[in-house]
Design a binder for this molecule. Structure first.
Ligand code: NAI
Length: 387
């Protein structure tokens, strides 16, 4: 069938298989261009099908030459509905890995469940023995725990409601958005879903099954961002979850010190992904940031970030390169003083009239469409595709 984008606010309800494959191919080509490096050899990526997790998996396979196991939660195509992009991305990834003789297996289902953990760990034991790198890159709206309780995550403030400039993605106007404050239950829910509890469950289960090597590294991703978005992000419900993620990393490193397992959080750059485009206020900041960073030649996408992370800051000459706060900072360029002062100067002036001139909304939308396999060069969108 002919697949066209159907955009509803911050989501696109269709995905193009050939376009998604092209997107994966491009990322693979980038990693290959940067050259091979010594790193992990057997890698488990939880949340491997889109965004940072997909870029991590591509870096592991094509940068480090690693065998990879990926876990994702994606919808299959049915009738006239296309699959979700992560499914097409994963198929394209597996085919490319296969062509180069790289082991790649993927599991589509709920990473929070005990069954998924058992299934993946069994496969690790049978096929790989042990993994030496575990990447935890989930972004999920809800989680059902092993005791059957379902928690939801929310994007709210902790304390007072917060009003800030907001770009309405539906009609490209700049107005204001007010983000309400969370209840205790909503804070707890967000920490349960996006904090480190499930990450620890994975590592505990891997250790128990002897499926993780001594001196293995496990990584999860966080975000801090500028003061401007603190109320909705860093100091909001999601920030609480990220704080829990960091505490969990420290707890795991201490717990498994004898085995030399190190759990580390990397603070990544703000980028358009399915998870981040749902956060109010943030897309306008992204569009301004993209403009400033592109003008300075500092812009990176997920793949550039992940290649640099693993090559320089995890497996580089200096070893694990954490800053004073104990985390790796891939937001180093985003948070540069000159970048942030320009962003803030633009932020104060931006409105509907000058939105196009002062921000990179085109770049934002291009990234958005690319996530769903649209607007990719070299894809014939008029052609029939098998979904
Ligand atoms: P994304 O939405 O592109 O990827 C989420 C991944 O999780 C997908 O592979 C999806 O299939 C998988 N997933 C979701 N629920 C699942 C479940 N129940 N079981 C198995 N897999 C499931 O999101 P993105 O942005 O790549 O986020 C990954 C991590 O990076 C998150 O922790 C996020 O907070 C963090 N991060 C994102 C930044 C951004 O600007 N996008 C910046 C810094 C950190």
């Amino acid at each position: 069938m002919i697949v066209e984008p159907k955009v509803k606010g911050f989501i696109c309800t269709t995905a193009h298989p050939a376009g998604c494959a092209k997107n994966v191919e491009k990322q693979i080509a980038y990693v290959k261009e940067q050259g091979r490096f010594e790193g992990a050899k057997k890698v488990l990526v939880i949340g491997a099908s889109t965004g940072y997790g997909l870029a991590s998996r591509i870096t592991a396979a094509f940068g480090m030459g690693a065998a990879t196991i990926g876990v994702m939660f994606e919808k299959e195509a049915s009738g006239k509905r296309t699959a979700t992009p992560g499914l097409y991305n994963t198929k394209a990834f597996e085919e490319a890995a296969g062509r180069e003789g790289l082991y790649a297996k993927s599991f589509n289902g709920d990473a929070f469940s005990v069954e998924m953990k058992e299934q993946v760990i069994r496969t690790i034991r049978e096929d790989l023995g042990q993994v030496d790198l575990v990447i935890y890159s989930l972004a999920a709206p809800r989680r059902t725990t092993s005791s059957g309780v379902t928690y939801s995550s929310s994007l709210k403030t902790v304390g007072e409601p917060f009003t800030q400039k907001n770009w309405n993605l539906r009609d490209n106007t700049v107005g204001e958005a007010t983000i309400g404050s969370a209840t205790e239950e909503e804070i707890e829910g967000t920490v349960k879903v996006m904090g480190g509890e499930d990450w620890m469950d994975w590592i505990d289960a891997l250790v128990e099954a002897d499926a993780i090597a001594e001196h293995a590294v496990t990584m999860a991703y966080s975000y801090i961002g500028p003061k401007l978005t603190y109320p909705v992000y860093h100091e909001g419900t999601i920030g609480r979850a990220k704080q829990h993620l960091k505490e969990s990393a420290d707890a795991m490193t201490a717990k498994y010190a004898e085995r030399g397992i190190r759990a580390v959080v990397s603070v990544n750059k703000a980028l358009v992904t399915q998870a981040s485009s749902a956060i109010p206020v943030v897309p306008l900041y992204f569009a301004v940031l993209y403009k400033v960073m592109k003008e300075k030649g500092l812009h990176e996408g997920c793949i550039e970030q992940m290649d640099r992370l693993y090559k320089d800051k995890v497996y580089g000459k200096a070893g694990l390169s954490c800053m004073e706060d104990g985390m790796i900072h891939m937001d180093d360029w985003e948070m540069r003083e000159d970048v942030q002062s320009e962003v803030m100067e633009i932020w104060d002036r931006i409105d509907t009239g000058n939105l196009k001139e002062l921000s990179d909304i085109e770049g934002y939308w291009e990234d958005f469409y690319h996530m769903f396999g649209f607007h990719m060069n070299g894809v014939d969108y008029a052609a029939d595709v098998e979904v």
